[in-house]
Design a protein around this ligand. Structure first.
Ligand SMILES: Cc1cc2nc3c(=O)[nH]c(=O)nc-3n(C[C@H](O)[C@H](O)[C@H](O)COP(=O)(O)OP(=O)(O)OC[C@H]3O[C@@H](n4cnc5c(N)ncnc54)[C@H](O)[C@@H]3O)c2cc1C
Ligand code: FES
Length: 385
């Protein structure tokens, strides 16, 4: 993954312009972006937005990938109902057109390197980038709601290039669970020679047994050997449950695919004990005047802040920083989205989960502040770095 130019993370209240049912348990929600905010909501295909709403008397924020090509004026996301999940159930069952909810400007690095542009430079497609190269072939492996960023990436790549080809492997339980079935069909019609899709249904029998049942290492290996020309692929996009993404990464590694050509996006860490997101983020902690405290000092949007954090609370930098600045950026609070990224300027620390930062970023001192705890008396981080 590459890190795009970091946009200042900021929420704005946007009106829901349209809600479209995709399957029995998934909806597409479109937000209107007023003219004056268009630039702030420009995005690259594959990026996501964090949404913030009051649900059941508490603030809930979750990330959702944008599922359409950048076109200005609208941000579209697709939300699949997670059984027992707070935000996704609310969005599927209660959210209505006309409601205003807070939407963070687009973030994320799950974007293609091949020949696509954001809304702002749509006229500056650089054909020379591909000069001398064979037509790029891109492959996505997605499961369930993992299709959302892929819809945006596939459409953008096909629309903005004249020769790039895109192959999608899309796993679902049954045909009724396939999100964007119609749009996928439209892409096949529009680009018959450049777009191919292989549906894999875990609970339905298909003519070719390779396309039925769960994707395990054996099935994946067969797909990579027999269906996809693995050695011809320029870029890979993996999006789905943690186990599937991990399986794909391992299998591609085993087949000698350069990891620099693999981009992946996790919607959660997939840990059975994970439960609802946001964990302890925002929990009240009071500095202990008699006990030992850590000084957490930070810069955000050019302004410095400082807060005392009791050692006994063992809280994250994010949790401490939120006490003095409620606008400190975060979304998943689970180490997957990268919204809370900052650079440690001074002090020692430990980071728990990290599914969002690349090794080179970690080596440069970048951390996910929702997962990082100070191990020295003072820690200084910069959210603007
Ligand atoms: C970068 C990124 C992009 C994403 N894009 C999309 C997208 O495009 N589309 C999409 O649908 N999702 C997407 N997600 C996932 C999304 O952000 C949410 O995680 C998802 O919708 C579930 O949120 P929720 O509030 O409904 O569930 P939560 O309330 O967070 O619950 C999560 C799970 O925990 C279980 N649970 C709830 N309470 C408890 C409890 N007390 N104990 C144990 N378990 C419990 C729930 O049953 C549920 O299965 C994305 C996530 C990230 C990080
Ligand atoms: S808020 Fe998502 S990684 Fe920290």
């Amino acid at each position: 993954m590459t890190t795009p130019t970091k946009q200042k993370a900021k929420f704005n209240a946007l009106r829901v312009a349209e809600i479209r049912r995709l399957t029995d348990d998934a909806v597409e929600v479109s937000f209107e972006v007023p003219e004056e905010l268009r630039e702030d909501y420009d995005y690259l295909p594959g990026q996501y937005v964090a949404l913030r709403a009051q649900i059941g008397g508490r603030e809930v924020r979750r990330s959702y990938s944008i599922c359409d090509v950048p076109s200005g004026g609208l941000i579209r996301v697709a939300i699949k109902k997670n059984l027992g999940g707070a935000f996704s159930t609310w969005a599927n069952e209660e959210l209505t057109v006309g409601t205003t909810i807070e939407v963070m400007n687009p973030q994320g690095a799950f974007t293609p390197k091949t020949h696509v542009t954001s809304l702002n430079d749509a006229d500056e497609i650089v054909e020379e980038e591909l000069a001398g190269l064979t037509a790029p072939h891109l492959v996505a492996i997605a499961a369930g709601s993992g299709i959302t960023p892929i819809m945006s990436i596939a459409q953008a790549v096909l629309d903005t290039s004249t020769d790039a080809t895109f192959e999608l492997v899309y796993a679902n339980k049954g045909g009724g669970d396939v999100m964007f079935a119609e749009k996928i069909g439209d892409l096949k019609d529009k680009y018959p020679a450049r777009f191919a899709v292989h549906h894999i249904l875990s609970r339905e029998q298909r003519v070719n047994p390779l396309f039925s049942g769960r994707i395990d290492d054996e099935k994946l290996s067969l797909l990579l050997d027999r269906v996809i020309q693995t050695d011809q692929v320029r870029e890979w996009f993996l999006c789905g449950p943690f186990e599937l993404v991990q399986l794909c990464r391992d299998e591609l590694d085993g087949k000698g695919v350069d990891s620099r050509n693999i981009r992946f996006e996790l919607f959660s860490t997939g840990k059975p004990s994970e439960g609802p997101q946001q964990g302890n983020t925002g929990r009240p902690v009071t500095a202990d005047p008699k006990g030992k405290n850590v000084t957490v000092s930070f810069t955000l949007d050019g302004l410095s802040g400082e807060v005392e954090s009791p050692v006994s609370a063992n809280e994250t930098i994010l949790n401490a920083a939120l006490r003095t600045r409620p606008d400190v950026p975060f979304a998943c609070a689970g180490g997957v989205c990268g919204t809370c990224r900052a650079k440690v300027i001074e002090g020692e620390y430990e980071m728990d989960e990290n599914y969002a930062l690349e090794a080179d970023e970690v080596a440069k001192g970048y951390v996910l502040t929702c997962q990082t705890r100070a191990k020295s008396d003072r820690i200084v981080v910069d959210y603007d770095a």
